[in-house]
Design a protein around this ligand. Sequence first.
Ligand code: PLP
Length: 398
Amino acid sequence: MDNATIVTQGEKYVMKTYGRYPFALVEGTGTKVVDADGNEYLDFVGGLAVNSLGHCHPKVVEAIRQQASKLIHCSNLYWIEPQVELAKLLVENSDLDKVFFCNSGAEANEAAIKLARKYAKEYRSPESYEIITMRRSFHGRTMATLTATGQKKFHQGFAPLPMGFKYVPFNDLSSLRAAVGSKTCAVMMEPVQGEGGVYEASKDYLKAVRDLCNEEGLLLIFDEVQCGLGRTGSLFAYQYYEVEPDILTLAKALAGGVPVGAMLAREQVAKAFVPGDHASTFGGNPLAMAAGVAAFKTILEEGLVEKVQSLGGYLYQELEKLAGEFKQLKEIRGRGFLLGIEVDGPADAIVAACQKRGLLINSLHGHVLRLLPPLTVSKDEIDQALKVLKDALQEVLG
Ligand SMILES: *Cc1c(COP(=O)(O)O)cnc(C)c1O
């Protein structure tokens, strides 16, 4: 099928929950993707932070191939070898002790919310259930996680929402302090907000949040579904801040493109879950776990975290230069390969102008351009992308 046919049939049969561009991506290698009409693009959307190893990384493809011919699925009634392997890798490379696997970021956050409530009821007070989250945050689309998401537009039309969530402005310690009460059980946040427009927590703020949680006996949950796994230039975003969470959620890039989610916790917290408290039929299945082991090892073995630090710094500098040339570019935000450009102008038109020239980027809320290149991107590809972006800015902003 060509692009037009896929779009026509898609409009007819697929539920309209996405605003989509009128073409279909059909294959990819590394940073490059090809659409159904054969047009090539440099992919700086990267499956929205999923394709961190680029498309079809050979080590991930091989791991999937081998596992698919061995065992695709078995129940969590039995031990699953690659699940144990991935859990070991995550624990040995982080400051958390135990892992629960699921299939998406929302599910990982659901698991975190359940664990925080269960733990608090046992160890803080039976009336503790409220979770404080941040404005502009994004935690998922299930009922609890969309309620945890501190953006009204995601709540509209879905009332009644689950109880027990409260929102405070990001990077504002006194608001957080004022929001804590006897019902509070946890603070949940992204160290670097992604979907909300790419906003980083400040180091002092995050340290102070940790101190406040310690004083008040609250759990600190970091949602690193987007900013984790090397994307911001440290394996886990919290390591840059030197602030350890009690619960950490991961998903997106964890299995090199295969659906997966993970919720990690400190030993003491993890103990609040006992057999029967939480489960997932597909969570931690052999196929996703084998892909996860291959993807995680690849991040470590290929030195991708260090690479993000140097090339991410380069990309940031070059974007700053562009911002010097185009006054409508108000601010460059983010770190590593999670970068946002605040635009006083039609961000969607800039995205379209880039697409036309063979570069995929993403816009948020109509005024932020987000760049999420794979961690494997080359300097040459970054330079190509910058050139396209500059031409597109020239066309749209003049
Ligand atoms: C994408 C994202 C989620 C939701 O993940 P899904 O896999 O779409 O459920 C949650 N939190 C953050 C920070 C995200 O970026």
